[in-house]
Ligand binder design. Sequence first.
Ligand code: GLA
Length: 383
Amino acid sequence: MKNLEIVRSTFKEKFETEGSVYFSPGRINLIGEHTDYNGGFVLPGAVDKGMLIELKPNGTDKIRAYAIDLKDYSEFGLNEEDKPAEGWAKYIFGVVRELAKRGGKTGGFDTVFTGDVPLGAGMSSSAALESAYAYALNDIYSLGIDKKELVKVGQMTEHNYVGVNCGIMDQFASIFGKEGHLIKLDCSNMEFEYVPFNPKGYKVVLLDSVVKHALVGSPYNERRLSCERVAKELNKKYPEVEFVCQANFDQLNSVKDLVNQEDFNRAEYAVGEAERLRNACEAMTKGDFETVGKMMYGTHWGMSKLYEVSCEELDFLATVAEEAGVSGSRIMGGGFGGCTINVVKEELYDSFIAKAKKEFAEKYGHEPKVYDVVIGDGSRKII
Ligand code: GLA
């Protein structure tokens, strides 16, 4: 496994002993963006890239952590008042605190970590980190917390210690991922099924604009609030509708005058996205990736024009994809930078990548990075 040697040798060098090693992946999401906190479905899959951590209880009440990629060290305690100073260490601290809130008491431990999920690319490097610690600490300390609750530990770390009021998708995919499968997840109740993902004759590829993507301090939380305001109006009229993704367009239009235009646009995107996801899932069962692709373009322009979480570079990449005959292309993840996910016929792959690299570099001065998607397993112990 990539990076295993680095993790093992760094741990030994820093702490003069050996610990246990765990891996948690990042994720892609085929379709269903910004639907998770809106009570809708998502269709993510874990990837073969992720966070690799080594850790071992140290018999104290201190956590000593070394971030290999950042070459930075942090030491902090287990209690609420012991918050670390380093931003990256808040992810580990948050997980420890969220486990404790669920009765999962850990002791102090030594740890190192590294990752090969590109940071800020919309592939959920932070969820991979949270999931790795949630999964590993649950295992090492025999906490007996079930996997769905571990997912919430990661999500609540974001809410309470990082400041992003994210949905459940990223952590769910990181914990529950399954090789060769996407996860059709109903985010209103966390019920899910694995959907075999084998797009015969197509490749799935990410193009990373390398435009910085950071949801902290971004308008992510504002999008969520917009949708919640509309959901509140919907709920007064239609008690069965708790979240915007549970409404249809007629219901949404009936509250149009009660909400401001911006909030309405956000909700219009979300209701449309719920519909696109349903269409994409149905098409996928027939192996019809052309229809899946059409839905993806719909997502892209909805995210760009109505939800307003795209950016110039990603609109450019989606446009280049369309010109190159790519079946589907769209911004992936929370937005404000990062990658497009592309479903492209095998025979068009080379010409598409060449065109995208050339035209993007001409306009923005650097090529996009290219990642071929391999759907892998979720969180697990390595050694
Ligand atoms: C981020 C969040 C997820 C989800 C996506 C958008 O990745 O962490 O919960 O809302 O954005 O689909």
